[in-house]
Design a protein around this ligand. Structure first.
Ligand code: RP5
Length: 163
């Protein structure tokens, strides 16, 4: 019989708006390469708060092991979701037109003590996917070996001399 931990091998990719998807696609891209299961949803802390509550409170039961949350501006999504679950939440601050994403970054990084969000770089959706796979890889050996292989190939692809 599988333990609950072994079953929680899916990544939830959530974002505050359709407009975040062009960046958050990078997270899907690397998870696909690493053969990590994921589900992508629009969940807004401000525009769909009830959907956010429902999602966060059922995420663990629904088989997710990590949540990647992208949002921009007054980016409360990752922090609010983190307040409703003990699953690891990785925040991707979106670049914004007016403040270039510094608003999003600070909203995610400056969490109060006791409710952490692992904040990535501005528009860092690809790295969020790698980090999510790394967390899942702690208990899913297939994902771990896929990640190790991907990292080896990356290392081999770096030329010694610039052209
Ligand atoms: C945030 O506001 C979203 O995460 C998005 O980054 C930003 C702008 O959203 P739209 O006005 O484009 O829907 O909630």
């Amino acid at each position: 019989m599988k333990t609950k931990k072994q079953n929680n091998n899916k990544v939830a990719i959530i974002m505050g708006s359709q407009s975040d998807y062009s960046v958050m696609k990078d997270c899907e891209k690397i998870l696909k390469l690493l053969k990590v299961k994921y589900q992508t949803l629009i969940v807004s802390a401000h525009r769909t708060p009830k959907r956010m509550f429902q999602f966060a409170e059922t995420a663990e039961k629904n088989g997710f092991g990590v949540i990647v949350a992208g949002a921009g501006g007054a980016a409360h999504l990752a922090g609010m979701v983190a307040s409703l679950t003990t699953l690891p939440v990785l925040g991707v601050p979106m670049e914004t037109k007016k403040i270039k994403g510094l608003d999003s970054l600070l909203s995610m990084a400056q969490m109060p003590k006791g409710v952490p969000v692992g904040s990535l770089a501005i528009d860092g959706a690809f790295n969020a996917g790698i980090l999510a796979a790394s967390i899942i890889g702690n208990f899913d050996t297939k994902v771990k070996s896929n990640l190790e292989r991907w990292r080896r190939l990356q290392t081999q692809s770096i030329k010694k001399k610039p052209k």
